[in-house]
Unconditional design. Structure first.
Length: 276
């Protein structure tokens, strides 16, 4: 996404050593995850695994339960039943900050930046999950707090450089156009140093050229940060060309799971989502 240094074009299924070999054991596992809201079953006994270094897509019609599933993965809501297993640990009942500290970060369908803060401040604030000093130590100007703050600022600046926004570091986030706000939100999520990055409709509002750049950027950060990426996206060509595997939801149920070619030709997926 940095126009000054475009990422290399690579096949997501390639054996590039910088990406690493997918582990035999899943990094994340959903076991019969269910979420009810009163009489509505938003996610219904959904089970799947996500492997390390995988780019995993979630697709389906509006209201299929995709964002609810993301909310379950990040602790914004708790499952009505079922489990979410991350690196062998059941994290189903953990708070969002606890899940973020363990290495799962996300962006949102509706961008949630701090509009009155600068781009640099938006990214640097996410670094505080990895610092040991507290606000009082900062107010007192203790050397340890000052040192940590300096490191956070440098890391934030480097991430802004990565997403092509370093020259606008001091601008308020609310002044950024939509596409730049998307990039800033990704930089903030990367500041958490996640092992899994969840992207909720990252290509929304982008033109075809921007969508292509986004796809290449996701591959680049997957390799550079040794990431596992899970994304919700309605732009089917982007998902089919980018993801290693795809899960398809419809009315809260998993109706297909597999590589892009198999999912594209699945009769249930064609009927529910892709159309003839």
């Amino acid at each position: 996404m940095n126009s000054h240094n475009p990422p290399p074009t690579t096949n997501p299924a390639s054996s590039d050593s910088s990406v690493g070999i997918i582990d035999a054991l899943p990094l994340l596992e959903a076991k019969e995850l269910t979420r009810r809201f009163g009489g509505l079953v938003a996610v219904n006994h959904v089970s799947f695994t996500v492997n390390k270094n995988e780019i995993f897509g979630l697709i389906g019609p509006n209201g299929a339960g995709k964002t609810t599933l993301f909310n379950l993965m990040t602790g914004l809501i708790e499952p009505s039943s079922g489990q979410l297993i991350y690196q062998g640990e059941n994290i189903s009942q953990l708070r969002p900050d606890q899940i973020a500290a363990k290495g799962i970060a996300r962006t949102f369908q509706n961008i949630r930046l701090f509009g009155e803060l600068s781009a640099l401040e938006n990214v640097a604030i996410a670094r505080h999950i990895h610092t040991k000093s507290n606000p009082i130590m900062g107010m007192l100007g203790l050397p340890s707090a000052t040192s940590e703050e300096t490191r956070s600022q440098k890391k934030a600046q480097a991430l802004l450089e990565l997403v092509g926004l370093s020259d606008r570091a001091q601008e308020k986030a609310s002044n950024f156009p939509y596409g730049d706000q998307r990039r800033l939100e990704i930089a903030r999520a990367l500041a958490l140093e996640p092992q899994i990055l969840l992207l909720d409709e990252p290509a929304a509002g982008m033109n075809p050229s921007e969508k292509h750049q986004l796809s290449e950027f996701i591959r680049e950060i997957r390799a550079q940060f040794n990431l596992t990426v899970i994304l919700i996206e309605h732009h089917v060509p982007l998902v089919m060309g980018l993801c290693d595997r795809i899960a398809v939801l419809d009315f809260g149920e998993l109706i297909a799971l597999g590589d892009p070619a198999n999912v594209r030709n699945d009769p249930a997926v064609i009927e529910a989502y892709l159309g003839e």
